[in-house]
Design a protein around this ligand. Structure first.
Ligand SMILES: [Mn+2]
Length: 420
């Protein structure tokens, strides 16, 4: 007996209404659609962070195109199984509702071991972690088992855990859960995939990826207790493998400036023989992904100077230093030169260096007009009497700046010209 089953692993789609994110996400999703149209794929497993943030229904959200792509993909595979990411991305109930989009779309927000049966007209999913053997209608071998372990929170696993309970205790409970997956998986000979959303010990973060909140870090050894054939992780956007059968799939596109990695989806071929299951996995590059690079520039002698190697296809944010009084030199034409070199979507950010004032007064920097600035200057330099000639305040005729110059030159009051 020799059977081959093909699974496609993807994660961290971060779908949202933001037009730039949407364009990038759609380009990569188009590639997955093309792939499943032109290559045999049995199942798609999504590792969580389907959404970027809580979505509202309606046109101005990620919901519409998220649903469309899911339904399109579901046409070309036997089933799609979706895991849940962090609450701040995948809002509670936002994943489970995806299951309503199609009979062959399975989506859960709790740990589950889903046995999938190919029954010609319909793919059936049975929760074998909870159903006892007697109750299981389909005692026969499933075609594929997908274990889902959503982003773990202490509350999800341990009730009434006090603030004093340490991570070790949590780790023991998590281990126990992994053992349960393992005991269940061992009853079956079919290929098994394990999807975990979270931080795995020893992983490298994506360079620009901010991780919010306190992450619970799970050891690869703990996860291995589940005895699956492939472990595909979501949460960290940087592709990496712990072993050929254990990897982060990476995200669809680069989200933040500083995130420069190539992104992938993974295609795993499970070969089932009488001796057991062997797997070979291949990572497939998303073609349109561009590194998001922070570029530092200076504006010297009327030209932008960049002493940094920037990859050809990079999406760049250029932060340039410019002295306050030289801002006029950064003309539209100069900015266009940069866009011609780095792409029309290059973002330019001026880092304005204020002209050095003589004074150390904060108030002088905040002056609303030259009169205020002048008054403050006179106050802090103790020269406010300078313009009183013979004890009488004189009408000021010259510009304030000229007067400041006179003061700076240390012109004594008696030498201040009469017209002051
Ligand atoms: Mn993510």
């Amino acid at each position: 007996m020799k059977n081959q089953l093909i699974g496609l692993f993807t994660a961290d789609w971060h779908l949202d209404k933001d037009p730039k994110r949407k364009r990038k996400a759609c380009e990569s999703l188009d590639q997955i659609v093309d792939y499943v149209k032109n290559n045999h794929v049995d199942y798609i497993v999504h590792g969580g962070d389907f959404w970027e943030t809580k979505q509202s229904f309606g046109e101005n959200s990620g919901v519409e195109y998220g649903f469309e792509y899911l339904q399109e993909l579901a046409k070309h595979v036997k089933a799609i199984v979706i895991n849940k990411g962090n609450n701040n991305h995948d809002y509670p109930q936002s994943i489970s509702l995806l299951a309503r989009l199609g009979e062959n779309i399975f989506a859960y927000e709790y740990p589950i071991s889903l046995a999938l049966y190919d029954h010609v007209d319909k793919i059936l999913g049975v929760d074998i972690l909870r159903e006892s053997e007697e109750e299981t209608v389909y005692a026969e071998e499933p075609e594929f088992i997908v274990n889902l372990m959503p982003y773990p929170t202490k509350g999800m696993i341990v009730r009434d855990m006090s603030i004093d309970d340490n991570n070790k205790e949590f780790g023991e409970v998590f281990d126990g859960l992994m053992d349960m997956f393992g005991i269940t998986n061992e009853r079956y000979k079919c290929p098994k995939a394990f999807s975990f959303h979270g931080n795995v010990r020893g992983s490298r973060l994506s360079t620009g990826q901010p991780l919010t909140g306190q992450d619970i870090i799970i050891s690869p050894l703990s996860l291995r207790k589940a005895k699956a054939d492939v472990y595909a992780f979501g949460h960290i956007h940087n592709w990496q493998e712990f072993a050929p059968d254990m990897f982060y799939t990476s995200s669809l596109y680069n989200c933040n400036f500083g995130e420069t990695e190539q992104k992938y989806f993974i295609v795993s071929k499970f070969n089932q023989t009488d001796e057991g299951v062997t797997v070979s996995s291949e990572k497939i590059k998303f073609k349109t992904v561009r590194p998001m690079v922070n570029v530092t520039a200076e504006f010297i002698n009327g030209e932008f100077v960049i002493n940094q190697e920037v990859p050809e296809n990079a999406e760049v944010k250029i932060k340039y230093k410019i002295e306050e009084d030289l801002q006029d030199q950064v003309t539209t034409a100069k900015k266009e030169e940069l866009k011609a070199r780095f792409g029309a979507d290059a973002i330019l950010e001026a880092d304005i260096v204020p002209v050095q004032r003589e004074s150390r007064s904060v108030k002088i920097m905040e002056a609303k007009n030259l009169a205020e600035e002048f008054t403050e200057y006179c106050t802090i330099t103790g020269r406010d009497e300078v313009f009183k000639v013979n004890g009488d305040a004189k009408t000021l005729k010259r510009s304030y700046r000229e007067k400041i110059e006179l003061i700076e030159q240390g012109t004594p009051p008696v030498e201040v010209p009469e017209e002051l």
